[in-house]
Design a protein around this ligand. Structure first.
Ligand SMILES: NC(=O)C1=CN([C@@H]2O[C@H](COP(=O)(O)OP(=O)(O)OC[C@H]3O[C@@H](n4cnc5c(N)ncnc54)[C@H](OP(=O)(O)O)[C@@H]3O)[C@@H](O)[C@H]2O)[C@@H](O)CC1
Ligand SMILES: Nc1ncnc2c1ncn2[C@@H]1O[C@H](COP(=O)(O)OP(=O)(O)O)[C@@H](O)[C@H]1O
Ligand SMILES: [K+]
Length: 479
């Protein structure tokens, strides 16, 4: 059966490979470029009425797409001017063919060339951006931005790296970005995601089997189908028994996590607590189980399959030893917050149970100080090194598996940047993993649900709302 590859994200190299394989299969490059230009013209004409349009064409095939757009809009009666970077005589291949089909003059790049534009098409650089944008290109892009009219980016907003989403020198802010075949990772990693505006993925005739052969390792996070619906005949022990090592002072973190774990369907949640915190947990949410037994004794019950440690934990030698002991058990483990901080320099080994690490950027730097690169590549390397699933948090959360798979999450709102939100996420993951999801699926679904709660809650969201919003979000999932 054909695989669903719609949520796969391509790297720039994989996009070139897909183009190449398609051309080898008998669809010419010029046909692909025509399809690309048509898709852009279509997106423009369905959104805007005819108006003075300036198309900024670069020296490569991104510029070639721009020439196609110019011709198609002109044929529909639009007033179109082209500013071309470099000499027309220097264009090559499909870009030259399409420039030859444009019977009018082009003008050189200059800020003045933008002045009467009511709509701008950015066809300067796409996949072929290789160095910082500067000089006359930067000045012209800046003038385009200041014109304050709709900007449509071809493939990528010029200046954004298609793999990392990082800005090379400077980049333009688009209203919409039309890309081809599949989105690239740079469309969803920040700051690229913001600079793209709305991302539209157009079909230009590259067939699904070609994407299957390339087998991209990156996806856009779309895990709703993984939700473990309770079975008709099920009882609570079928739905997993999670354990949270309760914080001594920051008891709120543990309580938030426990509520979220139960809301996503965990059968039972036990909070392991000591000292005065034990009484706090005993007198709060009545659905939590609370134990002050030794952790080893608590975990002796094999039904207690998954442990979350970190939220509200604090730092100390005893707690560090506890974390290390847990790593030596066969329980599924979710390590968050202070538990991660205490593992800086750890010599990671394969574990019997599932392992999920949920660092934010600060914790990640402490845990993996030598790992550099794009957010995606850092998460991937960390997962490889730690032999664990790594959930690297932020507005563009990345989840990486030790086998090289990565997903970029796109749900959520900035209202999630609030104390206790990460604890809630860890709790959601606990609830899912204790029900039998592996750590990668649990992290993908947990992150997606957490973001959906924020979208559903809207403005004014605080972390206490997340567990309350979960039922509303779960109702939207199809069984
Ligand atoms: N069949 C296909 O392949 C299809 C491809 N399609 C389209 O092709 C696009 C990729 O085309 P591409 O490979 O020609 O790269 P592109 O983005 O035009 O840039 C290369 C040029 O820019 C230059 N340059 C780079 N950085 C620079 C800088 N900072 N400052 C100044 N110059 C800079 C670079 O110069 P060089 O490094 O060679 O000196 C080179 O001249 C892709 O995004 C999509 O839109 C679609 O039509 C679908 C079918
Ligand atoms: N600007 C943002 N947009 C969307 N999500 C965000 C943003 N900032 C943070 N988040 C999410 O909010 C959560 C914050 O977690 P964390 O930093 O551990 O906070 P805490 O420990 O205070 O709960 C993470 O899931 C993160 O991905
Ligand atoms: K572009």
């Amino acid at each position: 059966m054909a695989k669903n590859t719609k949520n796969h994200l391509l790297s720039v190299a994989q996009m070139y490979e897909a183009d190449q394989r398609t051309i080898e299969s008998g669809i010419s490059g010029i046909r692909l470029m025509e399809a690309a230009g048509s898709a852009i013209a279509r997106e423009i004409t369905t959104r805007w009425s005819p108006r003075k349009t300036v198309i900024l064409c670069g020296p490569g095939n991104n510029g070639g797409d721009g020439f196609v757009v110019a011709r198609l809009l002109h044929n529909k009666g639009w007033y179109v001017r082209i500013l071309l970077l470099g000499e027309r005589d220097n264009l090559k291949g499909d870009a030259k063919t399409n420039a030859d089909r444009w019977p009018f003059e082009t003008q050189p790049f200059s800020p003045d060339g933008i002045k009467d534009a009511d709509l701008i098409v950015d066809a300067v650089f796409g996949a072929g951006l290789v160095r910082d944008v500067d000089g006359i290109v930067a000045l012209t892009l800046k003038a385009a931005q200041q014109q304050n009219v709709p900007i449509i980016a071809v493939d990528m907003p010029s200046g954004v790296d298609g793999d990392s989403g990082q800005i090379l020198g400077m980049a333009i802010q688009a209203d919409i970005t039309v890309t081809f075949c599949r989105a690239k990772t740079g469309h969803y990693l920040l700051p690229g995601r913001t600079l793209c505006g709305d991302v539209i993925v157009a079909d230009i005739g590259i067939q699904d089997p070609i994407i299957e052969q390339i087998a991209p390792e990156n996806t856009k996070n779309a895990p709703a189908h993984l939700f473990p619906w309770p079975k008709t005949e099920g009882h609570k022990f079928d739905r997993g028994h999670g354990v949270i090592v309760g914080g001594q002072q920051m008891t709120g973190a543990t309580r938030l996590a426990a509520l979220c774990a139960r809301r996503v369907g965990a059968g039972l949640i036990t909070i392991a607590a000591r000292g005065t915190a034990y009484m706090v947990y005993r007198t709060c949410e009545p659905g939590n189980l609370v134990s002050n037994d030794n952790l080893n004794e608590i975990l002796a019950d094999p039904r207690k399959n998954t442990v979350l440690i970190g939220p509200g934990l604090g730092i100390g030698e005893g707690r560090k030893a506890l974390v290390k002991d847990l790593l030596n058990t066969d329980k599924n483990l979710i390590l968050d917050a202070d538990a991660l901080t205490m593992l800086a320099g750890h010599n990671w080994q394969n574990r019997a149970g599932e392992t999920l690490l949920t660092p934010h950027e600060g914790e990640f730097k402490r845990l993996f100080p030598d790992i550099t690169g794009s957010k995606l590549e850092r998460a991937r390397q960390a997962a490889h090194q730690s032999k664990a699933t790594v959930l690297l948090k932020g507005p563009d959360t990345v989840i990486a598996a030790p086998d090289g798979r990565c997903t970029i999450n796109t749900t959520g709102t900035p209202w999630l940047a609030t104390a206790g939100s990460g604890d809630s996420l860890a709790g959601i993951c606990l609830g899912l993993i204790c029900q039998g999801l592996n750590s990668y699926d649990g992290a993908c679904l947990g992150t997606w649900l957490h973001g959906k709660c924020a979208e559903t809650g809207g403005v004014g969201l605080i972390s206490e709302d997340i567990s309350t919003l979960l039922p509303e979000v779960l109702k939207t999932l199809q069984k």
